[in-house]
Design a protein around this ligand. Structure first.
Ligand code: FAD
Ligand code: SF4
Ligand code: SF4
Length: 396
């Protein structure tokens, strides 16, 4: 959906400007002009007392799908370090690109990011689009949307993949609205039809009780955000090289409406659940926040990290960034300890692919035992200290 001002009808009353929730309208020569920030929400069309703004349905017949080529991966970086999910997306993107005989590209935004291109080539990108500007030093929805949307308009990728990180979940919908295309959020599986080149994007639906497969038949690019930790990482090959395309971006006043004053890192920054090889996770069975200190003791001994079920997060015992599951992080460690976790489907969705699942629960009928490789029935406050003691003995 888009909107258009009918100049002959516009009286310059400014009512639309006051009502636009996205500050997307300006007055030029007493006529309303709709700018880049427009999301197509349609509020202005409803508010204009002179019916001078009309909603324009896109004419599907006018989109020539064959113009769109290439698989793009949004190479999210933080502090000039490529996020692991971007490497996973390059791995998945490579498979999709090979199946439809097209190129795999990465697009990276930031400031002083030149050094990242070699890494992206080594992870399989054939081409890297870079936008290296001080305005992009920290993520803003407006800045990144402007740059990537302009690149999409110019180079017309047929597929754009983003990580379902905080940034990807913000940027993906913003880009999809501007590009007037669909977006499937939080995918856990991607497949492509090599003939019609439509991606089948699968994601959990209805509280994880069924998997929905979604296609985007009439619009391009096809866009997905993909859960971190689900796809296999691309293989690193430093001899793989490619082409750099520097994006020429002109920033104008008002293009970026937010200013990042300070980035406050949470103490969780040191922990990466998706990369951890050992995770000791605690649920409501811990009974209190202090229980995580015991779990941390075990995790430290094994060189791992702690995590949590949603019940622990909801109880305020631990930050949400530690949550494993459907509405948390998907993890694939070598060893996953589930301590005092019942094994609800939404929790299992986020850890079932772990190498070895060790469940500690005092209820022998808890569903967690159905997915566990090793099940220990008993009180975690007796069992975990016993495991720690045993590890201490082995160390000694
Ligand atoms: P409980 O189900 O209360 O289980 C506690 C367990 O601890 C019990 O099995 C009990 O026997 C055991 N226990 C108690 N004391 C001890 C002890 N001393 N020693 C050993 N065992 C003990 N949940 C998630 O985890 N992640 C998600 O991402 C998530 N997303 C959701 C999304 C939606 C849309 C919905 C509806 C729910 C979601 N949930 C999620 C919530 C999920 O349904 C469960 O409510 C939650 O996982 C339960 O957490 P729990 O296992 O810690 O608590
Ligand atoms: Fe023009 Fe309608 Fe906006 Fe008034 S509300 S400035 S008439 S488009
Ligand atoms: Fe603003 Fe929505 Fe109108 Fe676009 S459609 S100009 S975002 S009110």
């Amino acid at each position: 959906m888009a909107v258009r001002v009918i100049n002959e009808k516009c009286k310059g009353c400014s009512i639309c400007i006051k009502n636009c929730p996205f500050d997307a309208i300006t007055m030029v020569n007493k006529i309303a002009v709709i700018g880049q920030a427009c999301t197509g929400c349609g509020v202005c069309a409803e508010k204009c007392p002179f019916h001078a703004i009309e909603k324009v349905e896109e004419d599907k017949a006018h989109i020539d799908l064959s113009q769109y080529k290439g698989v793009w991966v949004f190479a999210e970086q933080r502090n000039n370090k490529i996020m692991p999910v971007a490497i996973e997306l390059l791995g998945e993107g490579r498979k999709l690109a090979d199946q439809i005989g097209t190129e795999l590209c990465a697009i990276v935004c930031g400031s002083n990011i030149e050094s990242l291109t070699e890494e992206l080539f080594a992870y399989g990108a054939d081409k890297v689009y870079t936008a290296d500007y001080p305005e992009l030093a920290t993520y803003t929805t407006d800045g990144y949307t402007k740059v990537i949307f302009e690149a999409i308009e110019k180079y017309k990728p047929e597929i754009v993949l983003l990580g379902a990180t905080h940034i990807g979940r913000d940027l993906g919908p913003s880009l999809a609205v501007k590009a007037n295309t669909g977006l499937t959020a939080d995918c856990t599986k991607l497949e492509i039809d090599p003939v019609d080149k439509k991606i089948k994007q699968t994601r959990p639906a209805f509280g994880g009780n069924l998997m929905a497969t979604i296609v985007c038949p009439n619009h391009r690019p096809q866009m997905s955000t993909v859960r971190p930790g689900v796809m296999e990482k691309a293989i690193y090959n430093p001899s793989h090289k490619g082409e750099v395309v520097k994006l020429d971006v002109q920033f104008h006043e008002g293009d970026i409406r937010t200013k990042v004053i300070e980035v406050i890192k949470t103490l969780h920054d040191a922990v990466s659940l998706t990369d951890a090889e050992v995770i000791v996770s605690g649920g409501r069975g811990l009974g209190n926040a202090e229980g995580f200190e015991l779990l941390k003791e075990l995790a430290d001994k094994l060189g791992g990290t702690i995590a949590a079920s949603r019940a622990s997060v909801d109880a305020g015992w631990i930050d949400h960034s530690y949550q494993v599951g459907q509405t948390g992080t998907t993890v694939k460690p070598k060893i996953y300890f589930a301590c005092g976790i019942s094994g609800a489907i939404q929790h299992i969705a986020g850890m079932k692919d772990s190498g070895c699942i060790i469940a500690i629960n005092k209820n022998d009928t808890a569903p967690i035992f159905d997915v566990a490789d090793i099940g220990i029935v008993g009180d975690l406050y007796q069992i975990i200290p016993a495991i720690i003691e045993e590890l201490d003995k082995q160390e000694a």
